[in-house]
Design a protein around this ligand. Structure first.
Ligand code: ADP
Ligand code: MG
Length: 227
């Protein structure tokens, strides 16, 4: 999926405080590219990823997805747009505790016009790919962090999205699980997905085609100069 944002600003207002989380960010990601976003805590990485994932709107600026302006959609329209097209991997996994692994992964398919058989087949495929088939009936609290992250990734890819967004996907994992998660993302990239990943790890960022450095809400050339 082709991504283009132009002069995007995001301002958060809470009571008396105003935070400019993004300041004139412009960025192009071509279909099939794997991009890593790096930068210090609080510089706007998650804000940018949430906007790219249609979880939030920019305050101003444009967002084109495959040439279509999507930066100012209503929440219900954003939800509709995301379905089957964008998979989001959250840092904190965001699994539903009351649902077992199978039902968590099924969630993005619930409103898609697919037969029951096709939905089950897709969930089975996603679980197999992530190596968690044997945990299908387990609940999130019964899983290790690495397994929970695999469920979160299975849920992100089950709709076969063209765009995968990942917010620090290895941030809550030990190094072995982190390496496995990066191998999975690399494989999804090889299969043609466009991927934008926020990371703190220079090693993880090495899996990407290129790195975008964010500092204080702006894209900067060289982060090392700022630190
Ligand atoms: P990062 O992911 O790089 O650590 P964030 O994008 O989460 O940074 O946050 C960027 C800035 O915006 C921070 O100053 C943060 O406190 C602020 N911010 C993020 N989300 C909100 C929100 N929903 N309401 C108010 N301020 C927010
Ligand atoms: Mg963040």
């Amino acid at each position: 999926m082709d991504i283009e944002i132009k002069d995007v600003c995001k301002v958060f207002r809470t009571d008396s405080v105003q935070t400019q989380a993004l300041n004139n960010v412009s960025l192009k990601v071509k279909d099939g590219e794997f991009v890593a976003i790096m930068g210090p805590s609080g510089c706007g990485k998650s804000t940018l990823l949430n906007i790219l994932g249609l979880l939030d709107n920019p305050t101003s600026g444009e967002y084109l997805l495959d040439g279509e302006e999507v930066g100012h959609l209503k929440e219900s329209q954003r939800t509709e747009w995301r379905k089957g097209r964008i998979g989001f991997i959250f840092q904190s996994f965001n699994l539903i505790e009351e649902m077992n692994v199978r039902d968590n992964i099924m969630l993005p398919l619930n409103n898609l016009k697919l037969s029951r058989d096709e939905k089950n087949r897709r969930v089975d495929d996603a679980m197999k790919r992530m190596g968690i088939s044997h945990r299908a009936n387990h609940y999130p609290s019964q899983l290790s962090g690495g397994q929970q992250q695999r469920v979160a990734i299975a849920r992100a890819i089950v709709g076969k999205p063209g765009l995968i967004l990942a917010d620090e996907p290895t941030g809550n994992l030990d190094s072995r699980n982190g390496v496995e998660v990066m191998d999975l993302l690399t494989e999804l990239h090889r299969d043609g997905a466009t991927i934008v990943m926020v990371t703190h790890s220079q090693k993880d960022a090495g899996c990407a085609d290129y790195i975008i450095n964010l500092f204080d809400g702006r894209i900067v050339e060289n982060l090392a100069d700022r630190m």
